[in-house]
Design a protein around this ligand. Sequence first.
Ligand SMILES: C[S@@+](CC[C@H](N)C(=O)[O-])C[C@H]1O[C@@H](n2cnc3c(N)ncnc32)[C@H](O)[C@@H]1O
Length: 496
Amino acid sequence: MPTQYDEVLYPNLPFGQTHPDRLATLAILFGMEPASLPGCRVLEVGCGNGENLIPMAFQYPAGEFLGIDAADIAVRAGNQEIAGLGLTNIRLEHRDIMDGVPAAGTFDYVIAHGFYSWVPEPVRDRLLAIIQASLAPQGVAFVSYNALPGGRLRQMFREMMLFHVGETKELAPRIHGAREMVQWFTACQADLGGSGLLHSQVESIMERQPEVLYHDEVGQIYHPVYFQEFLAHAGRFGLQLLSEANYHDTQPGKLPAAVVAQVDRVAGDNRILRDQYFDFLKCRMFRQTLLCHQEIVLPAAALVERVPRLYACSAAKPVSARLDLRPGVAEEFRGGHGSGVTTAHPFTKAVMHLLCEAWPETRSFADLLASATQLTSEDANPAGLAEILLATYSAGVIELHAEPAQCVAQVSRFPVATKLARSQARRGRLIATMRHTTIEARDEHVRLLIGLLDGEHDSAALARELSPALHLPEADLAQAIQSHLELLANAGLLVG
Ligand SMILES: C[S@@+](CC[C@H](N)C(=O)[O-])C[C@H]1O[C@@H](n2cnc3c(N)ncnc32)[C@H](O)[C@@H]1O
């Protein structure tokens, strides 16, 4: 029987936070021994058309990937793409999880993104039962859900929109009505324009793709939960909190230090209670929680001694044009989403400088230690480096990874994008990067360019192919191609 997701197709995407590398990184930091990535087994529940799972299967040919979804049209589209790419290590099954899941052994990583809060209670129970039964002993599950108390704010808008759209089912009028209601609300609440929470919610509703708004905000089911409530539910299925998929989300961030100190006094060493208070104070709306089996003994916080096993990279940019390593001279490095670090500590400055220069490539701990030690002429201090990396990771300024990035920072003579990216560029605008993110290639000539990155076209050949589309003088054409290639490299799209 067709589901609502067959009637209005949900636009699926790769989500970096669900990637096995992210799950393995946090498992390592919390003392677990997760499965190695190249041969990993991954199950995704509610996989839609597989846009999240297919790039993983492409990246790990020796791994095994199974996606399950009740929407027939989405699953069929995904299986068609899989066949076109010639992938044999992934299959998508059209199936309602209430009808059971195929007997397929255990999985090292189980993903359920955008699922829990949008299905009825028996399906939520079934999801957790599936995770409990299918997760390998050292496996990690990713479950995202709408969180409280911020979910109440979302609910307020949901209820106004639902009231206004009434029984209208078709996508266009339903979304028109939903947005109209929010616009009316905004116009009448001009005084609240500066109120961050309301304002950001209005912005997020207005920016949301119609199909996403249709299912996520004005869909049939909306079930936000408190963090503690979710963990109690998971606990009934033998599962416990490992971490949040975005580790920096678990940190106090911009909360006033005095308030954090008081929360710490109340919560003691109970990290769940501490996080619950932070959710209240941040008016949290969404969570992406990693779970593991309850029998595993976890430390209260990420282990600094595990950091040397990981790889680091940073998309942050130095504010000053020339790095000054002298002690006492502060340097600022700015990352995305308001993150950043300002430091006068020579070794930290050297580490940040090396990571910024390498982006989007990762650097191993040993390599970073050697290079930063050489730059600063200090004695090698591995413990100090591990602390710097964990602190900047906690602040959201750097990323840590379980394995080295598979993309390259420099544009080579014969640049290469993956077969997957080239195939996606021929079919549409959304292209998966090697960082498991998406870029939107709006211009046709950029899509054409990506399609040509097969390692057999140098700059002259690329210019010849693109010249009919770009109509530029030779020098400008070469410059435009080079700039595009640099942008693609920066986004993690080039592999050679
Ligand atoms: C909100 S979408 C999220 C899709 C994708 N995980 C994402 O985040 O982009 C929810 C998905 O769960 C699927 N789904 C809902 N109930 C299901 C069930 N009982 N069994 C299997 N799939 C289900 C829907 O068909 C839909 O594709």
